[in-house]
Design a protein around this ligand. Structure first.
Ligand code: F0G
Length: 460
């Protein structure tokens, strides 16, 4: 009979219902609620004997070990994930343990001397989705499902495909046709996912997944699935460990479907309840201007009413979402931590991405909204809102190589806004200035000419 898993149950975020875990999947509270207020959390009765100081030592020691569970940046924190009875159920590809880096160029750009990056693009499939997927596919294995599905702007599908295949489960991905980068599409294909390109946007794909999958017994692993949030929340423990458990003043994340902000909030909440930390960093969410339902909700003065964005638009395709499923959880996190929400233009995203590059750090466009958003907050913010001495951590969510067309177009002066076509270099929107452009040069195969070019550059 179950031991640790008896500690866990699902609870509605509105606090009016609790459900046992399994055998049938459940994603939303059965009681009527306002849009998005029916999401579920995995809630645990953690054992009283959990000693934060001892666990900090154990977690760090595990990092030195080679066995797959200890080497995983999710499962070495397994005391925070007591929904798994049998370690053999765990599906891992060695996720987590990503770099924590001080920023220099971006710090100057945003006028924040104490800016750091946590690079989640270091994960096995190149994005922050992997820790969460390790959690969700582990639960899929426990439930014994045959197939899993997600709607995706690319990274979730790549991650799900890899983890599901690893577990011998069929991955089914719903992607908006022509709106995800080839880097991500190629991953879903190579990992053997049944790949359905939907005529429509991400929000349509999400709607179809929610409509069809429960009817045919396929397990949904979008962030509406609370076990995704469980895996993803361990990023907070890992980050705090890298910061010697000194809580930063602010954590900045891009906002798309808003699962990421939700998982950071869940992680922080639990670590505070368990006595690992005494205060919260301010959760700060940045959205792209054409895909900013949370921002619009907040400035409307009535954020509880999601301001759905029909026909969301941005070249940062990963966050091209107008009706995020985890809106409510993310909003709770921003509110409870006295955080902030802002949005940024395509030009601001593109320039911030180039500046992050000058730090020697690659990230995909969606990740760059963090730096762009910080610049905006610092420039607009009063001292009450923002203290320039804050220690700020920006989470970079995806590897730069996920979307190489974008920087090539930017640096070559060929990036256009508002593109609705497949190609990022289409000319159907206003041109984005390559403010920090670094154009490749065509040179003749002549040693003297090349020598002169290099010497001139060195002399500058
Ligand atoms: N950054 C990247 C690189 C992403 O892929 C996503 C989301 C986000 C940020 C936003 O995170 O959705 O948790 O608010 N990508 C999803 C996907 C939607 O399907 O890959 P979020």
């Amino acid at each position: 009979m179950s031991t640790v898993a008896n500690l866990a149950r699902l609870e509605c975020i509105s606090g009016d219902a609790a459900y046992p875990i399994g055998p049938d999947p459940i994603y939303q509270c059965k009681n009527p609620h306002e849009l998005g207020a029916n999401l579920l959390d995995v809630i645990y009765d953690f054992p009283k004997k959990l000693d934060p100081e001892k666990l900090k030592v154990i977690w760090r020691k595990r990092r030195m070990l080679d066995n797959p569970l200890d080497a995983s940046g999710v499962w070495r924190f397994r005391e925070l994930l007591p929904f798994v009875d049998e370690e053999s159920s765990i599906v891992t590809l060695g996720e987590g343990n990503t770099r924590f880096l001080q920023s220099f160029e971006s710090a100057k750009y945003v006028s924040l001397p104490r800016l750091y990056f946590k690079h989640q693009g270091d994960n096995p499939t190149g994005s922050f989705k992997d820790p969460g997927m390790s959690g969700a596919i582990t639960q899929a294995k426990i439930l014994g499902v045959k197939a899993v599905a997600c709607a995706s702007t690319g990274n979730t599908s790549a991650s799900m495909a890899a983890y599901a295949k690893r577990a011998g489960i069929l991955p089914i991905v719903f992607i908006p046709e022509g709106q995800i980068s080839y880097g991500k599409l190629s991953q879903a294909l190579d990992f053997g996912a049944l790949t359905l390109q939907i005529e429509g946007d991400f929000d349509k794909a999400m709607e179809l997944v929610m409509q069809i999958m429960p009817e045919i017994g396929v397990y949904i692993v979008n962030s509406i699935n609370p076990f995704r949030i469980e895996g993803q929340k361990t990023i907070v423990a890992e980050l705090l460990e890298q910061m010697e458990w000194q809580v930063p003043d602010r954590i900045v994340v891009p906002g798309g479907n808003l699962g990421h902000a939700s998982s950071i909030w869940k992680g922080l909440r639990e670590l505070k309840t368990l006595g690992f930390i005494k205060k919260y960093p301010k959760i700060t969410v940045v959205q792209a201007r054409g895909a900013d339902p949370l921002y619009r909700g907040v400035i409307s003065g009535n954020p509880d009413n999601m301001a759905i964005v029909e026909d969301a638009r941005t070249l940062a395709t990963a966050i091209k979402i107008g009706k995020p499923v985890s809106y409510r959880k993310a909003l709770d996190g921003v509110r409870a931590t006295n955080g902030w929400v802002t949005e940024v233009s395509e030009q601001q995203i593109a320039d911030a991405k180039a500046i992050i590059g000058r730090d020697g750090i690659g990230a995909e466009p969606a990740s760059a909204v963090t730096v762009a958003g910080l610049k905006r907050i610092v420039e607009e913010g009063t001292d009450e809102v923002f203290d320039r001495e804050e220690r700020v951590v920006a989470i970079l969510t995806g590897n730069m190589l996920k979307d190489p067309d974008y920087p090539v177009a930017y640096h070559s002066g060929k990036l256009h806004e508002g593109s609705t076509t497949k190609s990022i270099v289409s000319k159907d929107g206003p041109k984005i200035k390559s403010t920090f452009g670094n154009k490749p040069m065509r040179v003749p195969a002549d040693p003297n000419v090349i020598k002169n070019i290099i010497l001139q550059k060195i002399a500058v």
